[in-house]
Design a protein around this ligand. Structure first.
Ligand code: SF4
Length: 69
């Protein structure tokens, strides 16, 4: 768990970096090359951007990849 601040509803205060998240995957689909295993989406943008655009809340499921500092 990062030390990032969260609002009273326990959502992060900014968009998490999917590239550092264990749930982020690259797909073979050239039209939708990025995916998120938690939300089950494939997209062109980072999944966390799509989550924010569609829910108005920043992704609460970020889990930093092991080995990253
Ligand atoms: S769980 Fe959140 S931070 Fe992780 S890949 Fe999905 S949208 Fe990005």
């Amino acid at each position: 768990m990062s030390a990032e601040t969260r609002d009273p509803n326990n959502f992060p205060s900014r968009t998490p970096d999917c590239l550092k998240c264990t749930y982020f995957k690259v797909t073979w689909d050239l039209a939708f090359p990025r995916s998120c295993g938690i939300f089950g989406i494939k997209c062109r943008n980072l999944p966390s951007v799509e989550v924010y655009k569609n829910t108005g809340c920043h992704c609460p499921s970020f889990q930093q990849k092991k080995g990253l500092k």
